[in-house]
Design a protein around this ligand. Structure first.
Ligand code: GLN
Length: 226
């Protein structure tokens, strides 16, 4: 997608669609879900904590927070959320995974002792930055968010090591490591936008999620602008 298209569409991002607040769930099994809920509420979205399959009904989007991917995977299985989330995503619900959440979204992740959601055609390497720099902060260029760099907080973060043909990089580190990617209405960030005051990634996700409500062909942030 052309850089300009991203930025223009981003300005159209709102926490509502046709006057109705965007309904965004945050998976609240473990990890920093409360921080995501706070940002969404600040933006005016209708934010819901999700712990049970029935709480997925009517959501425009779902955020899988950072935390411990093995723990969240275990709880997704125990609370029988895997298939319902996959089904809602297939029907058009947007899903965004941050850090551990990105690991759970990935089709392939090393050292995950059980199945994640496997929704997005990316490969991630868990805890890829090693002990010496297992946490760091860096200003990233994210063309989709406009010209101002985004301050990205990486905490024992994964590396996105492969993007399938339908996925695109939204941001990369200086060495080329992909830090954020998108595939249709799926979004993966290796870092934690919910831990900064910059809500542009959440606004971007709201714009992506609003696509599920837009009539065909009028989606604000289409990945296939043909
Ligand atoms: N290292 C964690 C994992 O592998 C992710 C850390 C995080 O979400 N900040 O699940």
């Amino acid at each position: 997608m052309a850089r300009g298209q991203h930025s223009v569409a981003f300005k159209a991002a709102k926490a509502e669609y046709n006057g109705i607040a965007m309904k965004i769930g945050v998976l609240a099994l473990q990890g920093d879900f409360a921080e995501h809920v706070a940002v969404l509420e600040r933006l005016g979205a209708d934010a819901r904590e999700v712990r049970l399959p029935g709480q997925l009904d009517g959501l425009d989007g779902l955020i899988i927070p950072g935390g411990e991917s093995t723990t969240i995977a275990r709880l997704l299985e125990r609370w029988e959320l895997l298939e319902p989330i996959r089904g809602r995503a297939r029907d058009g619900m947007a899903v965004w995974g941050t850090c551990a959440g990105a690991i759970l979204l990935a089709e392939r992740a090393n050292d995950l002792d059980r199945e994640g959601l496997r929704l997005m055609d990316i490969t991630v390497e868990r805890n890829a930055f090693g002990r010496q720099v297992d946490s760091f902060e860096v200003d990233l260029d994210v063309p989709a968010l406009g010209p101002t760099p985004f301050h990205a907080v990486f905490i024992r973060a994964p590396r996105i090591t492969y993007l399938g043909p339908k996925a695109e990089a939204l941001a990369s580190l200086a060495d080329g490591t992909v830090g954020a990617a998108r595939q249709g209405r799926l979004l993966a960030t290796a870092f934690h936008p919910e831990l900064t005051n910059d809500a542009r990634f959440h606004e971007y996700f709201l714009a992506v999620a609003s696509g599920a409500r837009a009539p065909a062909g009028t989606e604000a942030l289409s990945t296939n602008p043909s």
